[in-house]
Design a protein around this ligand. Sequence first.
Ligand code: TXA
Ligand code: MG
Length: 328
Amino acid sequence: MDISRAVRLLRAGELVGIPTETVYGLAADAANPAAVAKIFAAKGRPADHPLIVHIADGAQLPLWAKDIPDAAYQLADAFWPGPLTLILKRQPTVPDAVTGGQDTVGLRVPNHPLTLELLRMFTAAGGSGGVAAPSANRFGRISPTTADHVREELGDAVPLVLDGGPCAVGIESTIVDLSRGTPVILRPGAITAADIERVLHTDTVRPEPVEGREASPRVSGSLDAHYAPTTPLRLVASADLQRAVEDELAAGRRCAVLSFQAIAPRHGLQHYPASHDPAGYAHDLYAALRNLDQSGAQVILVEDLPQGPHWLAVKDRLTRAACGSGVA
Ligand code: TXA
Ligand code: MG
């Protein structure tokens, strides 16, 4: 069976593509630095970018983290398994290859039956119980939400991709840093600041100050350019969209559009309807970006999103996709 094979590969220091509810991950035994090094090689990712360690349940937290605040257990109880990553002070045994040499470690229990079973079997087989896994895309590119996307991105670099179907959430986990006292959201996701505040009974959760973002690679998704298609992508205000489409077509450019509003069919134009519901939008986002990127269009226009906390995470991904786009 594939899960047993995956466990054998992990124990042998090899890589496995794993499904999660957010995006597919590229997994290696988190206790094996040589295995973790293969992740960076396969992704083309700078080695100082820390990885999230995926564990089977919250009871394993003390194996990886120390000085664990109550808030961590409260959030784990409320949201695990689920799309939330906690940044905590690390145990000294966690390899530097995983943490990028920082004194913290990112931990999460993913909510996918295949991967939870894999993590349980990996623990039972005497493994460390933790798998380090970034999103299974090449560095800076669109995260994969199906097993086929992983094969497209990484090909032969991964001996096995567990196929768990399309990811239910579709964008990466919310990251909350609990290592510095005040909880700080480092990356927005399906679990919002309000969700976290409700559990912690605090209104102190705040986004990382924008001016600090470029300064360190603590969260690679926080580099301005990320999640990016190779076709130039622009976010366009709703009121300007029809005109922008006309202008692109008039300039002789084939154009792909992701929008809430209807766009009349035209030669040289491909239209993808966007979901009006933020969860539906997130679910479809990366597959849509891949399709748009592969559509033969010379420019991608995306209708700007509504305001509001539930749109924050997809807005974040689209802004970065726009910023990093157009580089082959
Ligand atoms: O939903 C997810 O989180 C997916 C699935 C596979 O679990 N994983 C994911 O991994 O998005 P990755 O590596 O693409 O993004 C994880 C982010 C990175 O940007 C990394 O910098 C940040 O988590 N991170 C990991 N450990 C950290 C730490 N100790 N301190 C600050 N940021 C950390
Ligand atoms: Mg990523």
